[in-house]
Design a protein around this ligand. Structure first.
Ligand code: GDP
Length: 494
């Protein structure tokens, strides 16, 4: 691995820590998305490409050779875990395995030295920008609406979701166990633990590949961070009649209610106040292909989750969140990740599907003054493109090394063999995908199945990096990562 010594190569002398560093402007960029959306890979690849002089033709500071150096520096917040960049890059580049995914909030400071594009600013000397990258689970954003709900309302919402057609089967164990529990029975730790465990098992099953659902609050139940097992994470919804009197002290319901309130006070609020409220810009990564693969319920659920996520970016003036915001998020990028799973001709279609998913919510955010962009990207491109002759015709295919154990048509791969595959086409017409998931609407269903069945996704190993004639490893290949960089920080390096 050359990366760490290499980093020094690009550092210029005037990037040294000096007292004048205090005057260096900074931008705080949040990186979020639901579990396995690609946050860790995105952040690692973004930094790696900036430090290693990656191919970034759309990122104007790099394309114009105005970026004179980029390096990691100590982060400003001492109480936040550091994003383990070195370990993640080592996994990607040296071991060619995917790094460990995001489980909690973490931070990394990248300092970029650049020459301004403007004659006037160039005269003032070289510029410097601290980019503070904050990686956190998107599940935690889905907790914001809980702040406005009391325990009884949380229960009513959670149970109506659990009883809905797409979920009732998955929730059957939880619903059955809950039906056995009397809310006004005496409080009991074992019952609270057992019901909470079954509730979490149901949420985890909803998230599993087969269903790929997204709206699964409370967020910490699936992404506990370092708080696993604490009482504030040991509650569950109970079946409370809407006209029931307030909970009596000493009952199971009072116990659950107390814990639910503790969850909001000690977990949700501090996260929004200490981390979220200080962001300037935000990228929301979305694994659209994963939801598409799982079916219309997954896609619908993702749409709801994304609109909740956007809700956090445009809080009402009198809301609690607005009162703690120290800055205003002025740019939000929604990015469909893993675009290297489909052929280049489908990248625009992938983008179009994500645009549909965030359309309504994004319009509202734009109204509030934030600039919103949507694109399809691969932070790390694990495949190459090729044309393969098939029955006399040339077909566009992708080449990649499937992860060990991946199976296609009954064949299992060893993680060493490169194969060509036809990933299938994404639909040009997005309507069938968004036709209501209504079992009576057979025509819409058939069209969805048509659109979906032609797709085939495999997980590939990270790519083997090319080396230069001098034996130096080049930076990680990507798709449109430079477009994302340009939107997120390009103007700050102008
Ligand atoms: P996180 O939970 O949001 O941090 O997700 P990760 O960044 O750990 O990504 C989850 C998984 O998605 C990885 O282990 C990879 O298998 C896959 N992945 C993420 N980004 C890419 C990408 O750009 N290309 C490909 N082919 N796979 C990716």
């Amino acid at each position: 691995l050359t990366s760490l010594t290499d980093e020094a190569r690009l550092v210029i002398s005037n990037l040294a820590d000096t007292a004048s560093d205090l005057a260096v402007p900074s931008v705080r960029l949040g990186i979020t998305g639901l579990a396995r959306a690609g946050k860790t890979v995105f952040l690692s690849a973004l930094v790696h490409n900036l430090i290693h002089g990656g191919r970034l033709p759309v990122f104007s500071a790099a394309a114009g050779h105005r970026m004179t150096g980029a390096r990691l520096q100590p982060q400003p917040d001492d109480a936040v875990p550091r994003f383990d960049y070195e370990a993640h890059v080592c996994a990607l580049v040296k071991d060619r395995i995917w790094p460990e995914s995001t489980r909690q909030v973490s931070e990394l400071r990248l300092t970029i030295a650049y020459e301004s594009a403007s004659y006037f600013y160039r005269k003032l000397g070289p510029g410097k920008l601290h980019v503070d990258l904050i990686d956190y689970p998107g599940e935690w954003l889905l907790d914001l609406p809980l702040l406005g709900k009391d325990y009884a309302t949380f229960c009513a919402d959670a149970l109506s979701r659990a009883r809905a057609p797409g979920r009732a089967d998955i929730a059957s164990d939880f619903l059955a166990q809950m039906a056995e529990v009397r809310p006004d029975a005496e409080e009991d730790e074992a019952t609270a633990q057992s019901l909470s465990r079954t509730f979490k098992t149901y949420l985890a099953a909803c998230r599993a590949d087969a269903h790929a659902l997204s709206m699964l609050p409370p967020g910490r139940f699936l992404m506990p961070g370092d708080l696993d097992g604490s009482p504030a994470l040991t509650f569950a919804p109970l079946d409370i009649a809407h006209d029931a009197p307030p909970a009596r002290a000493g009952t199971l319901r009072a116990m659950m209610e107390r814990r639910y309130e503790a969850y909001k006070t000690h977990i949700v609020r501090p996260f929004f106040r200490d981390h979220f409220a200080r962001l300037d810009r935000q990228v929301v990564l979305v694994d659209v292909l994963h939801a598409l693969n799982a079916g219309p319920d997954a896609l619908k659920d993702l749409e709801v989750a994304l609109s909740e996520v956007l809700g956090a970016f445009r809080p009402g003036k009198r809301s609690w969140l607005a009162s703690v915001l120290s800055r205003r998020i002025d740019r939000i990028l929604f990015a469909a990740t893993k675009a290297d799973h489909v052929h280049r001709s489908d990248h625009d279609r992938l983008e179009a599907i994500l645009k549909r998913l965030v359309a309504r919510a994004a319009d509202r955010a734009r109204f509030k003054g934030a600039e919103v962009d949507v694109l399809a990207l691969a932070a790390v491109r694990a495949t190459r493109e090729a044309t393969v002759k098939h029955g006399g015709t040339e077909l566009p295919a992708i080449l990649g090394t499937p992860l060990p154990g991946e199976r296609v048509n009954g064949e299992s791969y060893d993680g060493e063999t490169e194969i060509a595959m036809f990933p299938g086409d994404l639909p040009e017409d997005t309507d069938p995908l968004f036709a209501k998931a209504d079992p009576r609407n057979e025509a819409a269903h058939a069209r969805y199945e048509d659109a979906q069945n032609s797709l085939q996704f495999l997980r590939f190993r990270p790519p083997q990096l090319d080396t230069t004639a001098e034996g130096l490893e080049l930076s990680l290949p990507h798709i449109r990562l430079d477009r994302a960089m340009e939107f997120l920080i390009g103007d700050r390096l102008a």
